[in-house]
Design a protein around this ligand. Structure first.
Ligand SMILES: CC[C@@H](C(=O)O)C(=O)SCCNC(=O)CCNC(=O)[C@H](O)C(C)(C)COP(=O)(O)OP(=O)(O)OC[C@H]1O[C@@H](n2cnc3c(N)ncnc32)[C@H](O)[C@@H]1OP(=O)(O)O
Length: 229
């Protein structure tokens, strides 16, 4: 899974007109973390840290893609799978889904960068509770602490306008409507604001602004005298 994921991220880094990404699992599980059969063979500290470096690099690149990403969590996201959800910009949870940082039960802490990202998403107090307590985060708790950005309804409920994936596509559609260069610029500006010290973020923002100012979308908007009602 880890190598496959890195290869997909490399492909996505070359997707020049991408605007949005939905990451979902298979069957009833979003991701159950490391392959326990495989990690038993690399249970020494050196190999563990190599795996950690590989996955931290992969997931950091995933989060830094110039597009808006959503983790569609169906079933369980456990351990590294929970960390994987934090490597997307947003998380949508199905009604019976659970995000659980089970690391403590494995005698571990997050190793794929999920600890650092979790603090930035839910704050240090909630991160400490989720990691220290290996708490099961259901959609209600996820929305309450800001780990979940929305819930997708089950097909048999009246509110469900389609499958989980169709609902996620509709949810994401609101944020990626528009020309790819503009959506990509939006993500780049937010990324720099999220990761850089203010003075550097301002420089990055100015640079990104320069790529869209006077661009096709900007000139078209100016020509149309659009009103934002
Ligand atoms: C940095 C964190 C990272 C690390 O330390 O390297 C980790 O992520 S540690 C791993 C954390 N994940 C787990 O501990 C998950 C363990 N699995 C489960 O809790 C359950 O399997 C499940 C995911 C909740 C699913 O339960 P259920 O629906 O009851 O199905 P099964 O338990 O029968 O599983 C089906 C099948 O899948 C195999 N499986 C599940 N998870 C893993 C895994 N992480 N690695 C390897 N194999 C996994 C499970 O063994 C079953 O296989 P078969 O017995 O061959 O059918």
């Amino acid at each position: 899974m880890m190598v496959d994921l890195e290869e997909r991220v490399s492909e996505l880094e070359n997707w020049t007109d991408g605007k949005g990404l939905i990451l979902c699992g298979a069957a009833e599980t979003f991701c159950s973390g490391s392959d326990l059969n495989a990690v038993r063979a690399i249970s020494n500290p050196q190999d563990g840290m190599k795996m950690s470096m590989f996955m931290q690099n992969t997931l950091t690149r995933l989060l830094r893609l110039p597009l808006i990403s959503v983790a569609l969590v169906e079933g369980r996201a456990l351990g590294g799978g929970a960390e994987l959800t934090t490597a997307c910009d947003f998380r949508l949870m199905a009604s019976d889904s659970v995000i659980q940082f089970v690391h403590k039960h494995m005698g571990l802490v997050p190793g794929w960068g999920g600890g650092a990202r979790l603090v930035r998403i839910v704050g240090s107090q909630n991160a400490l509770k989720l990691l220290g307590g290996a708490l099961k985060v259901d959609p209600k708790l996820g929305l309450q602490i800001g780990l979940a950005d929305g819930v997708v309804e089950d097909a048999q409920t009246v509110e469900a306008p389609g499958s989980h994936l169709e609902q996620a596509e509709k949810w994401l559609g609101t944020y990626i409507k528009g020309p790819a260069p503009v959506i990509q610029a939006v993500k780049k500006v937010v990324l720099s604001g999220r990761e850089l010290p203010l003075s550097e973020a301002l420089k990055t923002e100015m640079g990104v602004f320069g790529t869209v100012w006077g661009g096709p979308a900007n000139l078209q908007a100016l020509a149309s005298k659009s009103k934002h009602k």
